[in-house]
Design a protein around this ligand. Sequence first.
Ligand code: AMX
Length: 440
Amino acid sequence: MALKETLKQKIEEFRPRTTRLVKEFGKVKIDEVTIDQCIGGARDIRCLVTDISYLDPQEGIRFRGKTIPETFEALPKAPGSKYPTVESFWYFLLTGDVPTPAQVDEVCAEFKKRQVVPSYVWDTIRALPRDSHPMVMLSVGILAMQKDSKFCGFYNSGKFNKMTAWEYVYEDASDLVARIPIVAAFIYNLKYRGDFQIAPDPSLDMGANFAHMIGQCEEYKDVARMYFILHSDHESGNVSAHTTHLVHSALSDPYYAYSAGLNGLAGPLHGLANQEVLDWTLKFQEKYCKDKEPTKELITQALWDTLNSGQVIPGYGHAVLRKTDPRYTSQREFCLNTPGLKDDPLFKLVAMIFEVAPGVLTEQGKAKNPWPNVDAQSGVIQWYYGLREWDFYTVLFGVGRALGCMANITWDRGLGYAIERPKSVTTAMLEKWAEAGGRQ
Ligand code: AMX
């Protein structure tokens, strides 16, 4: 069965569960809110629903119930590769089912049709100053496509229907997911390769095609597949996923929603951390190891210098996780299993930082989680394969994150989630309730 038909069946079967929860159990309490949470970024408040992925603080992410190794193991692999295609993962995220090879082929064929980017997108990106950050270019490129949104067209058609609205989100979401690597490759070539553009190769899957379009080697095809899958989703409370969900909840179409999500991803506490990690590591080499080999002592000194200057250690800490991020571990394993990369000096340095940084952060005593997150390990892989323009790294994150965000808002519409509108209070109210020991 084609992906959209399977999804239609799944959404229709699922709807009664959501309806029943609201109708019969709507008043059942699942959480309480403290003043800490109110001022401290709504940490840990259970007030979002998604079945696409779940983040356990100790275990890390599960996509549709599967850990990262289980996901990689279960999905059909790209030809000649140990890694699955991004297309098979997209099917899995949307439906929760492991696709058959034939179903993957269908998605691949569909993406070929969808991946044609309108030429006005290239004109829009080219009109930006060439020294704009590549995340600005990506966000603008995605937003430019809004004018052809099928969801927006459906809304404006006068025939809008809540039950079928998800189908138009699905159409936009699939177009966006198929096109975003093409847009990213265009930005890369525009900014760093003198606008030397390479046409997509219709015989290749998404990851392989991205590698081809940025002039990368054979091995990088797996890097792209792994990278896009690992960065796809981290349940729905993180800034990029939450922003996308929030903006779409106003029935803004997927282009508006994901452009906004990308703007959140571009923050240094979120997706920009991968660029910051590379920046930190290279500056460390430059400043502390000009004429000597890096040592744990030198790294410890540099980490304390960073903390004492009021900055965060990029790539470490997490709002939910309380152990080493399995996305970090997965990329580390890739490095260890790749001859050349495992002996690369930058990888060895990143591995040495891993031995030291958790201890330094624990000694400082502020971070609730001293362990590395996804961003501590991702840049070194790109660097090794010659992708050394590290301000591009968050764009790679953004290509992957599109998968999770688009799968989520397709289901948001399928289940008819409401416009998001939490209630705010004033500081005086908090002070009054604080005195009284709770809200009266
Ligand atoms: N370096 C230094 N201080 C850190 C720290 C780090 N890596 N991680 C947390 N802290 C500090 C916080 O800044 C905060 O300090 P404050 O009390 O002075 O404000 C204190 O420790 C408590 O913070 P927390 O509850 O442990 O973390 P959080 O939920 O507020 O923030 C995060 C989480 C990721 C923003 C934070 O750990 C951080 O800034 N890490 C570095 C940036 C980074 O790697 N971001 C990427 C995260 C993954 C992603 O989204 N891609």
